[in-house]
Design a protein around this ligand. Structure first.
Ligand code: TYM
Length: 332
């Protein structure tokens, strides 16, 4: 039965401490999907170094993310959990695919365009190329499904294009993956500016909830969420702050936004905020406790990521060898 399961690949980069957006947009779905699929979840450390990282923080966050995966309910016995840089095939495949990718398609990536506005000429080449590395991650495992937040949709479309191009240039090699994007949690917004995505690289900490934020901090940040002067709980684009709170509640509780709105008839934003804060705390507190336990057990974590890398290397190398052979590189 194992062999007939479809394949999932996804990852998170350790470029900052993880937010509620990462949790609801990605991890919570992985937990739901893990029984139906053969899953590969990596800590995408090679993606994190597209911007300068303090080596100590990078090491800490890499292990922390692995602990978050496990503490959120991803079973390390059933799924392959690994650290991206432990599987050199990702970097090698990335070069091979770079050679059949176009500057034009990479330049059209909105994340790159946004970042180049910020950095100008001194934007790192890694930020330009990174969607190819992400394509390699996915294609090496012949993933059928890639559960991500909506901000990664364009990168996934590029991975499909790159995979299809390789298949057409040589012969069918890769499965062409589909994105799996959650409904309410596709894009959790910044609490201070609900027109922007909640992001771990944001400067104002009041805009995001971290998975590791203490209870009191979560209460404070949610109570300070920017809303509007309408004063009625509606699920509307004209009330992006309130809409975001409803989305958070909907995704945690598994209740539709419409039903949530019904529950707040005649009530105001303070009741909604209170409930959202308590829902987040109920969801994250047990996870935080487990994360702290795991982080004090480095041998256990090492065991997981070593076993994971072994399996991932086996699968990824098989695909890499196929790619090399088809391109015309002499087998080693
Ligand atoms: P990253 O590390 O920026 O984000 C990790 C995951 O979290 C989702 N996400 C959100 N979802 C909803 N609301 C938000 N505010 C929010 N912020 C982040 C992202 O969509 C993503 O699913 N390049 C990727 C990591 C990666 C990857 C891969 C993903 C590397 N290789 C292969 C899928 C497949 C990244 O930078 O995600």
């Amino acid at each position: 039965m194992e062999d007939t399961k479809k394949i999932i690949f996804s990852g998170i980069k350790p470029s900052g401490d993880l937010t509620l957006g990462n949790y609801l947009g990605a991890i919570k779905n992985w937990v739901k999907l893990q029984d139906q699929y053969d899953c590969y979840f990596c800590v995408a450390d090679l993606h994190a170094i597209t911007v300068r990282q303090d080596p100590k923080d990078l090491r800490r966050r890499t292990l922390e993310i692995l602990s978050i995966y496990i503490s959120s309910g991803i079973d390390p016995e059933k799924n392959t959990l690994f650290i991206q840089s432990h599987v050199p095939a990702h970097s090698e495949a990335s070069w091979l695919l770079t050679c059949s990718s176009y500057m034009g398609e990479l330049g059209r990536m909105t994340q790159f365009k946004d970042k180049s506005q910020k950095y100008g000429e001194s934007i790192g080449a890694g930020l330009f190329n990174y969607p190819i590395l992400m394509s390699s991650d996915i294609l090496l495992y012949n993933a059928d499904l890639v559960p991500v937040g909506i901000d990664q949709k364009q990168h996934l479309e590029l991975a499909r294009d790159i995979g299809e191009r390789f298949n057409n240039l040589y012969s069918p090699t890769f499965t062409i993956p589909d994105a799996y994007i959650p409904t309410s949690a596709a894009k959790i917004m910044d609490l201070q500016d609900p027109t922007k995505k909640m992001s771990k690289s944001e400067d104002n900490p009041n805009g995001y909830i971290l998975i590791m934020d203490p209870v009191e901090v979560i209460r404070k940040k949610i109570s300070r969420t920017v809303t509007d002067s309408i004063g009625i709980v509606n699920y509307s684009d004209d009330q992006p702050g309130v809409k975001n709170l409803i989305n958070i509640l909907s995704s945690i509780k598994g209740i539709s936004p419409k039903d949530i709105v019904k529950n707040y008839e005649g009530l105001g934003y303070s009741e909604l905020k209170k409930d959202v804060a308590e829902a987040i705390i109920t969801e994250l507190s047990p996870i935080q406790t487990k994360i702290n336990e795991l982080l004090s057990n480095k041998t256990y974590l090492e065991d997981i990521y070593k076993k994971g890398a072994e399996k991932a290397n086996y699968v990824a190398n098989k695909t890499l060898r196929k790619m090399q052979k088809k391109i015309g590189l002499i087998p080693r």
